[in-house]
Design a protein around this ligand. Structure first.
Ligand code: 8DG
Ligand code: MN
Ligand code: MN
Length: 371
């Protein structure tokens, strides 16, 4: 090669679905700060700046190197003036004063606390904050507050479900659900999805897809599975949503965070003895079990690849897959289907690889989707 030719530097795409992002984050000092800022904007319903900081964090997470000076960020996408100012502060002082101000802000702290309860979103948190409530005891002592079933369970099991779930615990739950689902049908299909499929060591819950090779049987599968877990005495909470999926109503134009498949949000009782390398009773102060959050989704088998891709995440990876499809390919992607607006037709897929291929994207492995 010619000595005057500069070494080509691979450019970083603005889309997370064109980047490989493992769980190894070399820029945690910056991305932690960006995530606080994003959340603070979310609490203030400022979607634009919230998304901007989420994108900035995601770009930094994909880098195989640590940013050590601002000059190194010159060719990176999605980093605006504000992001760079925060990074400069961190590079210079080891911390961001803006982030520290947010972390010590009463409103931020209270909304963070309230939304840490299962079943409490930013809207409810905000409502409670505006009523002058600041702590869990304030909420529980307020007679005019009605907690729904999910929130009641959220408070009841707060200690357990706010503790991270380990990979060993996720595997133990996988075995329990696998056994339970095979009591119902021998040909059941069970797949681990969410953060654990992306190779994370810890998660806030465990996500699974359950279905059957027989189209239409999946609706009853989920209700039977719930009955089975109930009979085993390990069902601590269950919110079941029946399927509202209707292929003839697709493609839906508005962005939907939620899909229409049958699903349930559970809290299950996991015995320590079922976890390989788990703590013994004595080490747990006498408790022989813990409560764990589990999500189950049950798509019809012909929608399996789309559901798997949608539920594997990360949320930022999913957002960018959809944005890439829309902006670069004139296609609509969601958890149910992929629609080509030019050809005016749905594109079939039986594997995730098929979907990446339809989108003209290099395949990204699940453990590279930690955007
Ligand atoms: P974590 O649990 O370890 O914190 O991380 P995660 O596994 O990536 O997050 P998650 O909140 O469990 O969500 C996993 C994926 O599921 C994420 O990409 C979003 C997706 N998802 C949907 N629909 C729905 C839904 O209706 N409810 C929930 N909770 N997640 C959904 O596509
Ligand atoms: Mn999860
Ligand atoms: Mn989940």
């Amino acid at each position: 090669a010619d000595a005057t030719t500069p070494t080509p530097v691979a450019t970083v795409s603005q889309y997370a679905c064109q980047r490989q992002t493992t769980t190894e984050n070399n820029n945690k000092i910056f991305t932690d700060a960006f995530e606080v800022l994003a959340e603070s904007y979310e609490f203030n319903e400022m979607e634009g700046p919230c998304l901007a900081f989420r994108r900035a964090a995601s770009v930094l997470k994909s880098l195989p190197w640590a940013v050590q000076c601002l000059g190194a960020t010159e060719d990176l996408p999605c980093l605006g003036e504000h992001s760079k100012a925060v990074m400069e502060e961190i590079l210079q002082y080891g911390r961001s004063f803006e982030v520290e101000k947010i972390l010590s802000d009463e409103r931020y702290q209270t909304l963070k606390l309230f939304t840490s309860v299962f079943g409490v979103g930013p809207k409810t948190g905000e409502k409670w904050y505006r009523r002058g409530l600041r702590s869990f005891s304030d909420i529980l002592a307020e007679p005019s507050i009605h907690l729904n079933r999910m929130q009641q369970s959220g408070f009841l099991h707060y200690g357990d479900i706010s503790r991270a779930v380990s990979k060993a615990e996720a595997q133990a739950l996988g075995n329990i659900i696998d056994e339970a689902v095979h009591v119902i049908t021998t040909d059941a299909i069970l797949a681990l999805t969410g953060g654990f499929r992306r190779g994370k060591e810890f998660g806030h819950d465990v996500d699974f897809i359950v279905t059957t090779p027989e189209l239409g049987k999946e609706g009853h599968l989920l209700t039977s599975l719930i009955d089975q877990l109930e009979q085993e005495g390990i069902l601590l909470f269950c919110e079941h949503q029946a399927s509202t999926f209707d292929m003839s109503k697709l493609p839906s134009h508005r962005f939907e965070a939620m899909d229409h498949f049958a699903k349930c949000f559970l809290i299950l009782r996991l015995e320590n003895s079922q976890v390989v390398g788990g703590l013994h009773d004595a080490e747990e102060g006498g408790r022989s079990w813990r409560a764990v959050r589990v999500d189950l989704v049950s798509p019809p088998i012909d929608r399996y690849a789309f559901a798997l891709l949608g539920w594997t995440g990360s949320r930022q990876f999913e957002r960018d897959l959809r944005r890439f499809a829309r902006m670069e390919r004139r296609m609509l992607l969601d958890n149910h289907a992929l629609f080509d607006k030019t050809k005016k037709e749905f594109l079939a897929a039986t594997t995730e690889k098929d979907i990446f291929a339809h989108l003209g994207l290099e395949y990204i492995e699940p453990w590279q989707r930690n955007a």
